[in-house]
Design a protein around this ligand. Sequence first.
Ligand SMILES: [Zn+2]
Length: 226
Amino acid sequence: MAVNYHEEDAIELIHKDNNPITNYNYLSFLPDKCPVCSYSLSPEYLLIYHKNHFTTELLCGCPREVCRSLFFAVYEGTNNPIFSRFYPYSKVEKDFPEEVIELSPDFVEIYSQAYHSEQEGLDMICGVGYRKALEHLIKDFTIQQYPDDADKIEKMPLQQCIQKYIEQSDIKDMAERAVWLGNDETHYVRKWGDKDIKDLKNLIDLTVYYLSMTLKARQYREEMVR
Ligand SMILES: [Zn+2]
């Protein structure tokens, strides 16, 4: 794409003495947190960079002594640049209960990769990752309960595995719905148009919650026999 763009226009202002710039007020939104340390604060605005005719980047500095990171706020648009994203972005990790980590380390790993891709703004593909994570969680749980059927369970479609092996109705209901939404993420046509990644994650959370409760309860029943 041909861009009308001259290199000498690229940098609007840079202070040689490191003083923050002041001509940033035309930007639609000014960062009020640091994407590296996640603290809410007033960053120093150091430089405006016109990357091309459509993209403007504001270089910011985190004033926290322990962080002091530089990061960019990216704006897109020709006349009124609208805030689009930060980079670099420290990724947030999701915590899972100990018994779930032990049950299915693959679930935790795949979920975390999907979560990272979501935080990178890859929202068209992270759903597929959540769907895959869910499959590992359910199958690892089922195989733990029915180790003799492990081969069969591994090859079975997830929906069928839930139908056949999950007895607890709450787990069954939440896991099934998560699978429905997860399948929506992998198919060309969406069936549950009013539901999105947030709902899929909520349903996975609920499944994790019920599984964790079941595992904990089983542990105490085994440890404390009357
Ligand atoms: Zn910071």
